[in-house]
Design a protein around this ligand. Structure first.
Ligand SMILES: C[S@@+](CC[C@H](N)C(=O)[O-])C[C@H]1O[C@@H](n2cnc3c(N)ncnc32)[C@H](O)[C@@H]1O
Length: 236
């Protein structure tokens, strides 16, 4: 839910009429007071699952935003921790929120569709951002993640199953997507944000085509978020 210190309706409207990157720049200082930030109640069990077999030396969080995942990764990453985002505003917030960490975090402004790494990490994570990567952008994201991992490295991310056809959630999401297509047909630059992307198990063959073996783990948390799954895609 939006908190009282979150963005106003007019601020949200202004953001929605910007580019994706510009929209996040505008939202950055209030982002953590919106429901768009992945909640810690989900991230805590997610990262316990990710690190069930111990720490890693090097990890990357893609589309790190204000640092939600980076903060949870920090205790488990022993040598190099990198967060990448293309919004300078979001990175500034992430810098503020991670300044107290004992080991410095590298927060880089880069486009996740052109990740500038080769066999540099044992672990890549991402959450809350797949709605920004559709069509060719999804392909480019996965190519870059695959390239960034060492052989046997893991890409671990949060997603949801596709809601059943009869579910109101599915029709709300489809209506939102239709509105975004209309907005992008009428207003330039586009704001790329769509629901029901990267759903599990639909994303499994896509991951396999990009050189990963993928499995999913459900039941991270009870209640409202109980459908969220953690997908582990291991580089072949
Ligand atoms: C909804 S926020 C999620 C942030 C954070 N991962 C979380 O879970 O709270 C989506 C983030 O993706 C970033 N993003 C979207 N498209 C991107 C791209 N092509 N390259 C890098 N970052 C991108 C946005 O700037 C934004 O910070």
């Amino acid at each position: 839910m939006f908190r009282t210190d979150g963005p106003t309706f007019f601020e949200l409207a202004r953001q929605a009429l910007s580019s994706t990157e510009g929209g996040y720049d505008l939202l950055a200082t209030k982002f953590d007071a919106t429901p768009f930030r992945t909640p810690d109640v989900l991230l805590a069990p997610f990262f316990r699952h990710v690190f069930a077999e111990g720490s890693v030396e090097r990890a990357l969080d893609v589309a790190c935003g204000t640092g939600a995942q980076v903060l949870h990764l920090a205790p488990y990453v022993t040598r190099r921790l990198v967060g990448v985002d293309f919004s300078q505003g979001m990175l500034e917030e992430a810098k503020r929120r991670t300044a107290h960490l004992p080991r410095p975090v590298e927060l880089l402004k880069a486009d996740a569709r052109e990740l500038p790494f080769k066999e540099a990490f044992e672990l890549v994570t991402s959450a809350g951002a797949f709605g920004h990567f559709v069509g060719d952008d999804e392909e480019r994201l996965l190519e870059g993640v695959h390239r960034a991992l060492v052989p046997g490295g893991r890409f671990v991310f949060l997603t949801t199953p596709m809601p059943p056809r009869t579910s109101p959630a599915r029709w709300v999401a489809r209506s939102f997507n239709a509105a975004m297509h209309l907005r992008n047909a009428l207003v330039s630059p586009p704001f790329v944000m769509f629901y029901l992307t990267f759903t599990w198990p639909e994303v499994k063959p896509v991951l396999e085509r990009h050189g990963f073996e993928a499995t999913a783990h459900d039941g991270l948390v009870p209640g409202r978020l109980s459908k969220v799954v953690a997908v582990t895609a291991t580089k072949r």
